[in-house]
Design a protein around this ligand. Structure first.
Ligand SMILES: [Zn+2]
Ligand SMILES: [Zn+2]
Length: 126
């Protein structure tokens, strides 16, 4: 239990220093400084932190989930060029639809486009 708690703290601190990492990227960073930490342990802890609401999970179609620590409410934009997930200071207000099929509590939304670096790259390729 004690061991798990401190591992979770280390994982949270690592994710806080990163920008929307996948569990794999968290493992890569942790493994460099702490070679005894296992891949399965990192994946299990990251998922458990997300399930308990201590981490935000960003689900990306056809790609690994990304994670981030709690911050103020914001949206995400995925660059179609390099795949980077970028924070945008925008919170849409969409009314939940009425349905007899159940109760809707929320939605997830991912914008996409090209980041500045990829736009520059595209211009110079022309
Ligand atoms: Zn890009
Ligand atoms: Zn974010």
């Amino acid at each position: 239990m004690e061991r798990n708690t401190s591992q979770k703290q280390i994982i949270l601190a690592t994710i806080r220093e990163m920008y929307h990492p996948s569990a794999e990227e968290v493992y890569d960073v942790l493994h460099k400084t702490n070679s005894t930490i296992g891949r399965a342990t990192v994946f299990r802890n990251v998922n458990s932190l997300a399930n308990s609401g201590q981490l935000i999970r960003i689900s990306i179609p056809n790609a690994a989930d990304r994670f981030e620590c709690m911050t103020k409410n914001h949206s995400h934009f995925r660059c179609d060029g390099c795949g980077k997930i970028i924070d945008i200071d925008f919170v849409p207000s969409i009314p939940y639809p009425e349905t007899n099929e159940g109760a809707i509590y929320g939605y997830s939304l991912l914008f996409h486009g090209l980041c500045n670096a990829c736009q520059e790259k595209k211009k110079s390729e022309r």
